[in-house]
Write a protein that binds this ligand. Structure first.
Ligand SMILES: [Zn+2]
Ligand SMILES: [Zn+2]
Ligand SMILES: [Zn+2]
Ligand SMILES: [Zn+2]
Length: 328
């Protein structure tokens, strides 16, 4: 009798275990299910819109690997076959404000720029007085050299900061951000999209080749960002964050209601010359070779926002005063 109860209990436990195991297996299978075979869940009118088998990380990886960075929505739709045909793709993106900056024209998505809202580089770790020191034992930001992330030559003499995402502190974070399947350069791209950058062409050259409400970078005087240019602008660039183009960019970054100073502080001003880096990871090993580039420009680029001195962009080659107003 006793034996029987034991048998019974044992059988019960076994069944529960089996069920658990098969549940786990199912979940595992679900996770690994090929996204190509995804089936759309009916839009529920709720605040979330999930499409079974389509993961945000997967789509982010697709965009970063296919387009190197962001892309027009048109190009995305042409090239991406990861969604089932019944899916409302624009709606799906609009619910994903934590992983894509959405640029819209006339309520239609024009451009998508991948980023991860929680993924950032630790500024304490990058401080100039005691580089590499962050006193927060639970720091959730990456302990990595900011210049390395920006792909600009790191000119701290004998920089002691980490130049990889694979150390003990960084690798669990990279996983938490869902970036573990990306290559080093792709991780940098995602990190650098967190906040808006000033358009290199607008700032340093005659004009932006992409154009108003198409270029996803701010059209703003880089010197103004550093508080080094008063009105009227010496370089014939705009100081307005609230012109049509800049408002459009800031809206995509969900920063349109931020205080002016906070926006200015978060903006990145790239160095004059595009850093020479290739798409493969070996290219990263070469990043120090950029010393041949105009070192001054590199030094004067931000992110070390308040600490960089004497940022002086060259004067506009064009005397075309219309470059000040890029409203259209
Ligand atoms: Zn830190
Ligand atoms: Zn460094
Ligand atoms: Zn531009
Ligand atoms: Zn200016």
């Amino acid at each position: 009798m006793v034996e029987c109860i034991f048998c019974f209990l044992f059988a019960e436990i076994q069944t529960a275990d089996d069920e658990k195991e098969s549940k786990q297996k199912n979940q595992h299978r679900k996770k690994n299910k090929n996204v190509l075979n995804a089936v759309a869940q009916k839009p529920s009118g709720m605040d979330t819109y999930n499409i079974e088998g389509v993961s945000a990380n997967e789509i982010l990886k697709f965009v970063v690997t296919t387009f190197e960075n962001g892309c027009t929505f048109e190009d995305f739709l042409l090239q991406c076959n990861l969604f089932p045909s019944s899916a409302d793709i624009p709606r799906w993106f609009e619910k994903l404000m934590m992983q894509f900056h959405i640029f819209k024209n006339n309520e239609k998505i024009e451009y998508i720029l991948p980023y991860v809202k929680t993924a950032g580089v630790c500024s304490s770790y990058n401080n100039r007085q005691n580089p590499g020191e962050c006193n927060n034992v639970n720091c959730r930001f990456l302990h990595v050299c900011r210049r390395f992330v920006r792909n600009i030559y790191c000119n701290f003499k004998g920089c002691k900061l980490a130049h990889d995402f694979t150390n003990q502190h960084n690798s669990p974070l990279i996983e938490r951000f869902g970036l573990e399947n990306l290559r080093e350069n792709q991780i940098k791209t995602v990190l650098n999209n967190q906040f808006p950058s000033i358009c290199r062409d607008y700032n340093f050259n005659e004009r932006c080749k992409v154009g108003t409400k198409k270029c996803v970078n701010l059209h703003l005087c880089g010197s103004y960002k550093f508080g080094k240019c008063e009105k009227p602008c010496k370089y014939k660039r705009t100081h307005k964050l609230n012109n049509n183009h800049n408002k459009w960019v800031l809206r995509a970054f969900q920063m349109n209601s931020w205080p002016h100073d906070k926006i200015l502080k978060s903006i990145y001003v790239p160095p004059k010359r595009a850093p020479r880096y290739s798409n493969n990871d070996e290219g990263d090993l070469d990043h120090n070779k950029n010393i041949d580039d105009d070192d001054d420009d590199v030094y004067k680029s931000s992110d070390f926002i308040d600490l960089d001195e004497n940022f002086v962009p060259p004067k506009a080659e064009s005397s075309d005063s219309s470059s000040d107003e890029d409203e259209s």
